[in-house]
Design a protein around this ligand. Structure first.
Ligand SMILES: Nc1ncnc2c1ncn2[C@@H]1O[C@H](COP(=O)(O)OP(=O)(O)OP(=O)(O)O)[C@@H](O)[C@H]1O
Ligand SMILES: [Mg+2]
Length: 344
């Protein structure tokens, strides 16, 4: 008569996609086809094999010790990863979970194992690809900053210089002509020349803030906040009391760009009326907090496609730092940038 104990365990074990085995006296007493297959054997070939033979040399001691910890009753079961040795000599990474049981009246270990070699290889490939992506992001940032600096300088020195000469010449014409019609045209030209000079200066400053090179990070941020405040009518405050550190140009630029991107986000998304930027340094680290009083991250906040925050975090990581966020004290968001002052 059938009862609840008539579950066909043997069939289940033999067809299982997970490897299964019974080890007693350090010898495989039973191995299902899946487990044997992972190491390139048939069940029959592996039955009677010493545990040592199935394990890579560097893992033999640990694996045998784990076997004895279970049969001695020290621990009832252990789950760990080990390295098996395939018939061809190739290494196979295995995750095994074995428990102590009584087999033919004596202690043994019954275990389940899965092959995680491919999983580990994929993890490693993913890690390498992330690493390459990070290097690429760092490279792009460097090249972009170099280009910006070069274009800013050419614009300022060359185009700005040419426009200034033009303006001086127009002023000379202005002085020499008495013709009222000419004077009107020359007057318009002068205005245009001045506007062009201002535009070139603004574009150049936008590309590479001169204050960053001449006056340092604190002053450059102050100027940025001032401009932001004028453009958006958001009240901005920089708190940098006692902040007096010399950063490398690359580091200062990174902090500046991160703050710039944070302000762009505030203008675009926050609906804030106030921004406070705090600049501090202690124990070799620089901390910058950018706090707004806007609507904060909402459930509608998209994830995935936006690259602003991702690229800010990437810039921070490039210098061994990190970017985090917490809810702001008055609603809104507080972004926290931590950066070591020097390369470690
Ligand atoms: N200060 C902020 N206040 C409220 N929401 C914000 C703030 N900063 C960012 N967000 C939200 O986080 C999202 C992601 O910001 P992120 O800068 O990564 O992308 P984005 O600004 O949408 O696009 P971009 O890639 O052009 O920067 C934004 O779309 C916005 O919803
Ligand atoms: Mg953005």
């Amino acid at each position: 008569m059938e009862n609840e104990f008539d579950i066909p365990f043997r069939g289940i074990v033999e067809q299982s996609l997970a490897g299964m085995y019974v080890i007693q006296d350090e010898v495989f007493q039973y191995v299902n086809a899946t487990f044997a297959g992972m190491l390139g054997y048939t069940s029959e070939e592996m039955t009677g094999m010493h545990l040592r033979q199935a394990v890579a040399p560097e893992m033999q001691e640990a694996t045998i010790a784990n076997f004895h910890r279970r049969v001695s009753g020290e621990v009832p079961s252990i789950r760990y990863t080990t390295i098996g040795r395939h018939r061809t000599g190739e290494l196979v990474h295995l995750e095994v979970h074995g428990s102590s049981v009584l087999f033919r009246g004596r202690p043994a270990v019954v275990g389940v194992g899965i092959n995680i070699t491919e999983q580990l290889q994929q993890q490693e490939a993913l890690r390498q690809s992330r690493e390459r992506l990070r290097e690429l992001a760092a490279y792009i940032n460097t090249v972009r900053e170099e280009q910006r600096t070069r274009i800013a300088r050419e614009l300022h020195d060359v185009v700005g210089g040419m426009l200034t000469s033009m303006k001086l010449d127009i002023q000379r014409i202005n002085r020499r002509t008495g013709d009222p019609e000419m004077k009107t045209i020359v007057g318009d030209l002068l205005l245009l020349a001045q506007e062009s000079i201002d535009t070139v200066r603004n574009i150049s400053e936008d590309l590479r803030p001169g204050a960053l090179d001449h006056l340092g990070l604190g002053s450059a941020l102050q100027a940025m906040l001032h401009q932001f405040s004028e453009r958006t009518e958001v009240i901005c405050q920089l708190r940098a009391e006692g902040f007096d550190v010399q950063l490398s140009q690359a580091r200062a630029t990174a902090v500046y760009r991160i703050c710039q991107e944070a302000l762009t986000n505030i203008a675009r998304h926050a609906g804030a009326t106030q921004v406070i930027v705090r600049l501090e340094s202690s124990a070799g680290w620089l901390t910058v907090e950018i706090e707004d009083n806007g609507r904060g991250f909402t459930s509608l906040t998209p994830t995935g496609k936006s690259i602003g925050l991702v690229s800010m975090a990437e810039r921070a990581r490039e210098f061994g730092g990190s970017l985090a966020s917490r809810p702001g004290a008055t609603g809104g968001i507080c972004l926290i940038l931590c950066l070591p002052l020097e390369d470690h």
